[in-house]
Design a protein around this ligand. Structure first.
Ligand code: IMP
Length: 193
């Protein structure tokens, strides 16, 4: 089985990939290769951040690697929070504070279109392959639903029945989500090799 690292510590993301790739690849997480340091994510674009993480793992640990990075792009905010989505309200990764900041900035704004975009960078040998997934939607004026994470409770995808991501089951969300789509493209590529 070919070994490949997914540059994440998120157990849920790892499980999902392992299920989708069957038994052709052994997917290792960062903990599995003894990588416990914080990998720098300091670029201005999600694509560069994903590439930066994949290169870091390859150079330091020698494994082929893929890495994902996601941003929520709100048109009325010029594409913010974008690459800064995780820490929009400041250091500390607090999703509730991030949502509050978005709602405040959009107070009274009627143009509320937005999209989630995920970039996946796969570094195999010295070849970098990129995969993208996105989903269009609107930012609601208040939270709806309790599932999911991050900005899910204020993001209503255009496709669907008017539910936010936080009101959908994980399966429903994955079917149309930015990350679900990017991952499907990665899996299709890996399974065609
Ligand atoms: P990451 O690159 O997957 O770590 O995502 C960066 C940030 O974007 C997260 O910390 C969340 O705030 C936000 N985000 C990413 N994916 C989602 C999602 O599916 N729903 C809601 N927020 C998300």
């Amino acid at each position: 089985m070919k070994k490949i690292v997914f540059a994440t510590n998120n157990v849920h993301k790892l499980q999902e990939l392992r299920q989708m790739l069957g038994d052709r690849y052994e997917i290792l997480g960062l903990a599995d290769i003894g990588c416990h340091e914080e990998i720098p994510e300091t670029a201005d674009f999600i694509e560069e951040n994903a590439q930066m993480k994949a290169r870091y793992v390859k150079e330091k640990y020698g494994y082929d690697c893929f890495s994902d990075d996601t941003g929520l792009e709100i048109d009325a905010l010029g594409g913010e929070p974008g690459v800064h989505s995780a820490r929009y309200a400041g250091p500390g990764h607090n999703s509730e504070a991030n949502i509050d900041k978005v709602l405040l900035k959009l107070d009274g704004v009627t143009e509320r279109t937005a999209r989630f975009r995920t970039a996946i960078a796969l570094l195999q040998g010295d070849e970098m392959h990129m995969f993208e997934g996105q989903v269009e939607g609107i930012i609601l004026t208040e939270r709806h639903g309790t599932g999911g994470f991050g900005y899910d409770s204020i993001f209503q995808p255009i496709e669907g029945d008017g539910s936010t991501f936080a009101q959908m089951s994980p399966q429903e969300k994955n079917r149309i989500s930015h990350r679900g789509r990017a991952v499907a493209r990665l899996v299709e590529f890996l399974n065609s090799q």
